[in-house]
Ligand binder design. Structure first.
Ligand code: NAD
Length: 293
């Protein structure tokens, strides 16, 4: 890997833009790309130079960071015929921070390895604030050698880089985590609804829960920060959470794991699309107006 690698960031949304801005701020040679001209304009304001030419961006980079919405967009970007697969003269390594199915990851990783490139599934936790501050948790699937080659970059983006196995393992871990977050959002909202209906205020209930055994990151962080004050602006959409829950349950079917509670969690998330649409922040599911039934 070059001493000053050329880094491309593909997808400059709530997560990709702060990651790119952090790398630019740390003097890395970084260039961004997004299909949205609004996101490109924001990136340029944050000192991230951008290009409209995705094929050249993929052809020139040493390291490519992807932060894309779903499996089909990741496939579209990386399996395009004039893109990375067509480049066989020089090795690149992709750090895919998007949350996608482990099967998609393994499929693309196999094609990339055949073309001489590296591919790490490296989904993240910690939200837009974690991305801005380089405090993400990154869960990595792939080879030791690929990870070693990009460590100077992953260590800027993440406070914790957890290598959990071969290709696809990072996304397995991420889907397991987000399945729990989706469930915790619903159980915390229900618990607070019970306490309030019985006469104790939500803030007081959280003080008790967070000093006791019922606590979780959702009760300690998500509810005080984005639900109780009605701000609902964590930067993670309900649509992306529904995507993650659907991917987790699809994985469960693939590996024959029976998950009755998680199946109900998916049903409840889908049942509240009117009050908590895909475009809303996922924290809105905890609002008193959103009562999945
Ligand atoms: P987002 O919707 O804010 O950003 C996605 C970006 O991808 C958008 O700017 C969009 O214009 C761009 N895009 C779409 N199609 C494209 C294409 N063909 N080429 C280039 N760019 C394209 O989503 P996000 O919240 O930043 O999430 C990105 C990924 O990270 C998702 O897979 C999500 O599940 C995951 N994730 C998000 C969070 C969070 O807190 N937001 C946390 C952890 C993981």
């Amino acid at each position: 890997m070059a001493q000053s690698p050329k880094i491309s960031v593909v997808g400059l949304g709530n997560m990709g833009l702060p990651m790119a801005a952090l790398l630019a701020h740390r003097q890395f040679d970084v260039t961004g790309f997004d299909v949205s001209s609004d996101r490109v304009a924001l990136a340029v304001q944050e000192n991230v130079p951008c290009t409209h030419d995705l094929a050249s961006l993929l052809q020139d980079a040493d390291i490519i960071i992807a932060s894309l919405p779903n499996d089909s967009v990741v496939e579209k970007v990386f399996l395009q015929p004039d893109g990375l697969l067509a480049r066989t003269d020089r090795r690149a390594i992709v750090i895919d921070t998007s949350t996608v199915s482990p099967g998609t990851t393994r499929h693309i990783a196999t094609l990339m390895h055949r073309a001489g490139h590296g591919w790490l599934d490296a989904p993240v936790s910690g939200g837009a604030a974690g991305a801005r501050d380089g405090k993400l948790t990154m869960m990595v699937g792939g080879t030791d050698a690929d990870l070693a080659d990009v460590r100077t970059v992953t260590d800027v983006l993440a406070a914790r880089v957890l290598h959990v196995g071969s290709s696809g393992a990072g996304n397995v871990a991420k889907l397991v985590n987000n399945m729990l977050v989706a469930a915790h959002m619903l159980t915390a909202a229900e618990a607070l609804r019970l306490g309030q209906a019985a006469g104790v205020q939500a803030g007081d209930l959280l003080k008790v829960i967070n000093a006791s055994t019922g606590r979780s990151a959702v009760s300690e962080n998500t509810f005080p920060r984005w639900v109780l004050n009605d701000s609902f602006d964590s930067g993670f959409s309900a649509g992306l959470m529904r995507k993650d829950v659907a991917l987790a349950l699809s994985l469960a079917r693939d590996v024959h794991a029976s998950l009755p509670l998680s199946t109900e969690v998916e049903r409840l998330w889908n049942a509240c699309r009117k009050t908590c649409p895909d475009s809303a922040d996922f924290t809105r599911v905890g609002s008193s107006e959103t009562q999945p039934a």
